[in-house]
Design a protein. Sequence first.
Length: 212
Amino acid sequence: MAVASDAANWPAHGLEETTLAAEPDDQFNLWMAQAVAFGIPEPTAMILATVSAAGQPGARTVLLKGHDASGFTFYTNRTSRKGSDLGEVPRACLLFPWHAMHRQVIIEGPVTPVPATASEEYFGTRPRASQLAAWASRQSTVIGSRGELEARYARMEQRWPDGEQIPLPVFWGGYLLVPQTFEFWHGRANRMHDRLRFRRQGNTWVVERLAP
């Protein structure tokens, strides 16, 4: 994590087992609320890491669109590289990089597509321009120019004029990551960072401190 090395720039206090929430969801909700209050730009932005069947890793930034006891939800084009990876290897890692607060949250687990009804419901809440863009972009495919992309967008505008409902693309939808581990990382001086991990064991969570 690239931050200033001067010890004075690091928090005086970190993360202790005695102050950790009993459930990882509660700890995540607390840190998310604090990130929002702190003014972190795009606090719901998270790095999604996937791997293909050939073993090629990939990472990109997506937005968290839902979180509850069942897991973490995000949406994308299912034919994109990340969609293809998840179709081949349905596991992923999420990283929330709240650098300004000297915090990170890392979450790992299996991923499943969300039901079409949930994807339709969320798609209907997106701005109209974003709905058209979802149809216009065949995400991750090679295109000849920016003009080609804009021409596709213009055709979508003609296909669905203002006032007409834009349907959910068949190639677009949501995914749910069900956490198996949560790691809460809190920066400390001299690289002596705090790392507390919740690891699912049956129906309970085991808390472990990791060396920095």
